[in-house]
Design a protein around this ligand. Structure first.
Ligand SMILES: NC(=O)c1ccc[n+]([C@@H]2O[C@H](COP(=O)([O-])OP(=O)(O)OC[C@H]3O[C@@H](n4cnc5c(N)ncnc54)[C@H](O)[C@@H]3O)[C@@H](O)[C@H]2O)c1
Length: 260
């Protein structure tokens, strides 16, 4: 049967924040396999070489740029460098994210602010800078890695008011940007993953008795933890012409968790 969908990214340039490991790296590898050159913008210098090696195996270019997404001047210079190197930026994946857990009544203000700064303000800053380039080009796709935790409250004992609020904010920002830029060639969509096996969740998952892990599994109809590779198909769909009429959408990839 002829494939009538266009998932090809050949000749495109994709910036992936936090693309040096975890979910970001898996998406970067998927985009590279579809033909895109990759810019990784993250803070883990020690992971850059490994990530670059994986990407270049797909015979595309890979540029790694140290960037704290919550730092306005670092974001501006990363976007300028990416534009200078590749002359166009077609895809942005806002993937960088952090989490720390405290009950609301004891959440320190500096921890709250650091999470909001990366997970929400970071999405705004990078989207603003890359969006300006895309508006001049008249085309571009933005994919925001939000979370199921932006849609529902995590079961106790997970107490993560700042993380959930930041992800809910990123989901609304997805919709606002989608509407503001809908007639100017930019589409903006969000993926809301469930509990995934990555370095972020490694500690919890390595303890089978962790009560939070037990609760997640009980609440997940598919009864398994997700893998970053479970997100790549949707990330490719959103970044490619296959989703040409899709914008402002949030799709959960959570083994059915949010059905219950
Ligand atoms: N693992 C899960 O269960 C899960 C579930 C839902 C959503 N998510 C989201 O997926 C995204 C990726 O998470 P992951 O699980 O791969 O975690 P991870 O810790 O493996 O990766 C996070 C990445 O973000 C980068 N990062 C952190 N702070 C940064 C900053 N200030 N500037 C630039 N980069 C920064 C890190 O360098 C790292 O590469 C995050 O936004 C996370 O909230 C993860």
């Amino acid at each position: 049967m002829r494939n009538t969908c266009n998932f090809n990214l050949k000749g495109k340039t994709a910036i992936i924040t936090g693309g040096e490991r975890g979910i970001g790296l898996e998406i970067a590898k998927g985009y590279a396999a579809a033909g895109a050159d990759i810019v990784i913008a993250g803070i883990l210098n020690e992971e850059f070489e490994n990530a670059k090696k994986f990407i270049e195996e797909e015979h595309v270019k890979c540029l790694c740029i140290y960037t704290d997404v919550s730092n306005e001047s670092e974001v501006k210079s990363m976007v300028m460098r990416a534009k200078d190197e590749f002359s166009h930026i077609d895809i942005l994946v806002n993937n960088a994210g952090i989490n720390r857990q405290f009950p609301v009544e004891s959440m320190p203000l500096d921890v709250w602010q650091s999470i909001i700064n990366v997970n929400l303000t970071g999405v705004f800053l990078v989207s603003r800078e890359v969006g300006s380039v895309m508006l001049k080009q008249g085309q571009g796709n933005i994919v925001n890695i939000t979370s199921m935790s932006g849609l529902v409250v995590n079961p106790l004992p997970q107490t993560q008011c700042a993380y959930n609020s930041s992800k809910a904010g990123a989901i609304m920002l997805t919709k606002v940007m989608a509407v503001e830029w809908a007639q100017r060639g930019i589409r903006v969509n969000a993926i809301a993953p469930g509990f995934m096996r990555t370095p972020l969740t490694q500690n919890r998952l390595s303890n089978p008795e962790d009560p939070a892990v037990k609760k997640w599994l009980e609440g997940t109809p598919m009864n398994r933890i997700g893998n970053p590779s479970d997100l790549v198909g949707l990330a490719l769909y959103f970044a490619s012409d296959a989703s040409a009429y899709t914008t402002g959408t949030v799709v959960s990839v959570d083994g059915g968790y949010t059905c219950l």
